[in-house]
Design a protein around this ligand. Structure first.
Ligand code: NAD
Length: 244
């Protein structure tokens, strides 16, 4: 039985993970932790920590996993460069699955986006649109950024220069070196992502719509099971699903 701790247990995702774990006979939740709780007494007993909390919390959790030989599943998004570098610094001692989206469908969308961006030349403009519920705190979504990164790699563009986060005013004509990223917020939308490839005379749109958080929760639990006995390093859901 793999023993897990859920960090951010009172949140939307944390609750979904704890619920889904009840029907998984390979995993046992031995700790439910949220802001203000002390994870330290529990972490020694755990095989894996699953973190769906806040971007400021993840590096500290990664450090504690390093001290206690515990694997880590990171679902939290919105880390800044410093936070991401601090998390990466523990990859030599912690096996971690770090991914912006744990759904099988979205990871298939990642794969399809890479293929489509490679097949379609730069006659096809790439724009990414995401929609989430009104309570989401970061924008664009981590998944939209992953899609933008995949598209920029396929086009050999530097994403920092290529990304256009929304447009307003006299922006000038669209260049071929741009990747548009647009965030919509409203209602209770769990997570929609569309990658548009638009050329003269034709357009392809690849869309994924999540309608239940259990999709992400079960993916995170599958990742926990997979990572428990891996060597240290940073893995993604593409490794878990063998989609490399
Ligand atoms: P939420 O706001 O509902 O829940 C976050 C929880 O974390 C809250 O209970 C909050 O009290 C807790 N928290 C905040 N700071 C903390 C700290 N320092 N230590 C411990 N707990 C802390 O948010 P959510 O919708 O559950 O999403 C959580 C995160 O997961 C977000 O970053 C979101 O973007 C991400 N997310 C990722 C995926 C994925 O598949 N990777 C899917 C959905 C959401």
């Amino acid at each position: 039985m793999i023993k897990i701790i859920v960090n951010g247990c009172k949140g939307r995702m944390g609750r979904a993970i704890c619920d889904c774990a009840k029907t998984n006979d390979k995993l046992e939740v031995i700790g439910e932790v949220d802001i203000g709780d002390d994870i330290q007494p529990l972490i020694r007993e755990a095989d894996v920590v699953i973190d769906f909390s806040h971007h400021e919390a993840t590096a500290d959790i990664a450090g504690r996993c390093s001290d206690n030989n515990t694997a880590l599943v990171i679902g939290t998004t919105g880390h800044n460069e410093d936070e991401a570098a601090a998390i990466r610094s523990f990859a030599e001692s912690v096996p971690m699955v770090w991914t912006s989206n744990f759904s099988t469908g979205v990871n298939t969308l990642f794969w399809l986006t890479r293929k489509a961006a490679a097949v379609l030349d730069d006659e096809f403009d790439i724009e990414i649109v995401e929609m989430h519920h009104r309570l989401k705190k970061d924008a664009p979504s981590g998944t939209a950024l992953s899609l933008a990164r995949i598209a920029s790699e396929a086009r050999t563009l530097d994403l920092d220069n290529a990304a256009r986060h929304g447009r307003k005013g006299m922006t000038g004509e669209r260049t071929r070196e741009e990747i548009g990223v647009h965030s919509i917020r409203g209602g209770d939308v769990v997570g929609d992502h569309t990658v548009i490839f638009a050329a003269n005379g034709e357009r392809i749109e690849l869309t994924h719509k999540a309608s239940s958080r259990n999709t992400f929760a079960n993916g995170a639990l599958r990742a926990a099971e997979w990572v428990a006995n891996r060597k240290p390093g940073i893995y993604t859901m593409l490794d878990v699903l063998d989609l490399r």
